[in-house]
Write a new protein. Structure first.
Length: 430
């Protein structure tokens, strides 16, 4: 049984939903089924939205038939239904950076450009640039970003103070210096920890790549993971873990393993997604919860350029016969009111006005709010290569990370990675 939540009056909702005259490809107002087929992922955002659905249905007279699945099940269902061109899927929750290019290339996502630009009071301009970039394909808006994250610096306040620092490092050079100094002063504590797995580390490494002035591809679309800037980034990230990481550091750590090292008090610095902060601040999960601080991603030669990305977005199935009503659902689900409610519940949204709202962020650590705001302002809208075959690409461009961590020649590895990645790009261009 769905319960009602206080997210604004039904009258206000009805007024908001009447802002757009058409939806998702030009269906006339009032056409299409009164039942909207919505498929969402298992997520806190989804649970929050389900609680508010009765209000949407009452204010619009529409019925939402909701399917909720785990990530793997969701991918399997999309593969089957979208490939078959089914029309019984209207609204779809998808991962812009994982499936976005595949769905865009195959024509699975409806063009929402007119919808987002036409909903004046809903205010597409309120959405952060990075997430908007990620939800755009071939210069067309194909999704509305829901849940965002940026990379920030987690650090131990007590260890920095003990080492004589009054503030966290602002540059990557300062981070390396502080990691070495803190490690030397605290035997058994690593100066730095981060993801090390060949594929898992790619997302977090991306912020280092951008801040050194590099990218996965150059302006002409050619692989550039062997540029001078990229090689410097590989050497820095891997070198920091090689020289100041945990003793006998493994090369298969994703965030749970790296986070565990940090929260057990075994590392001074850790760069990670802002969305995972509760793992470090919850006393039930973290031995260092009282001493954890957050800071913006440190500046490299090109400045501080962390990723700022949407982990999920809402799109409309191009084969849907109910696009106008599907857009009404998306418009409602991503209003400022709904975004605010989710933000209060610990789910960071993509709206600038909400992320800077003191009420919305009152339950978050103040320094985390400031660090995330900096990432939203300077961030890059993707944290991995923008290709169809994302898993394969991550494996290829992640290899130099592992070589740098283990003390091998990451420059030579970057040259080999560039050749393999270019082959993948060439294959996708056919």
């Amino acid at each position: 049984m769905l319960r009602r939540t206080a997210t604004g009056s039904a009258l206000a909702l009805a007024a908001a939903l009447g802002l757009s005259a058409c939806g998702g490809g030009g269906d006339e107002e009032g056409t299409g089924s009164k039942t909207i087929q919505v498929t969402l992922a298992n997520h806190v955002w989804t649970e929050n939205l389900k609680a508010a659905l009765p209000e949407f249905e009452k204010s619009t007279g529409l019925k939402v038939e909701l399917t909720q699945l785990g990530e793997d099940q969701l991918s399997d269902q999309y593969n089957v239904k979208l490939n078959a061109g089914t029309s019984d899927l209207d609204v779809m929750m998808y991962r812009p950076l994982q499936e976005g290019k595949l769905f865009g290339k195959n024509g699975y996502l409806s063009d929402l450009t007119k919808d987002v630009e036409g909903a004046k009071d809903w205010n597409w301009g309120d959405f952060q640039p990075g997430p908007v970039e990620a939800a755009t394909y071939d210069d067309k808006v194909v999704g509305v970003p829901l849940i965002t994250e940026t990379e920030v610096l987690y650090y131990r306040k007590d260890l920095l103070q003990k080492a004589g620092y009054s503030a966290p490092p602002k540059t990557l050079d300062e981070l390396k210096e502080a990691a070495a100094k803190v490690q030397a002063a605290n035997p058994g504590v690593a100066g730095f920890v981060a993801r090390t797995g060949k594929s898992a580390a790619v997302t977090q490494f991306s912020s280092y790549l951008y801040s050194f002035g590099g990218n996965w591809v150059d302006d002409s679309g050619k692989a550039s993971v062997n540029s001078a800037e990229a090689k410097q980034a590989y050497a820095y990230y891997g070198g920091l873990l090689h020289d100041h990481g945990p003793k006998n550091v493994s090369t298969d750590m994703s965030w749970p393993e790296a986070m565990a090292i940090f929260t057990q008090g075994q590392a001074a610095f850790y760069t990670e997604a802002s969305s995972l902060y509760k793992n470090a601040t919850d006393p039930a999960k973290s031995k260092v919860s009282e001493t954890v601080g957050f800071a913006p991603f440190p500046e490299g030669p090109a400045g501080s350029k962390p990723y700022n990305v949407p982990s999920w977005a809402l799109g409309i199935n191009e084969a849907s016969e109910n696009k106008a009503n599907a857009w009404k659902f998306i418009e409602w689900a991503t209003t400022k009111e709904q975004t605010l409610a989710n933000q209060k519940a610990g789910v960071p949204g993509a709206r600038t006005s909400v992320s800077s709202d003191a009420d919305a962020t009152s339950t978050y650590p103040k320094d985390l709010v400031e660090a995330a705001a900096a990432g939203a302002k300077n961030g890059v809208g993707f944290d991995r290569p923008q290709v169809v075959k994302v898993p394969e690409a991550r494996e290829l461009v992640g290899l130099p990370i592992v070589d740098a961590i283990t003390g091998k020649d990451s420059g030579a590895a970057a040259d080999e990675a560039a050749k393999a990645f270019q082959a993948l790009l060439d294959d996708e261009a056919k």
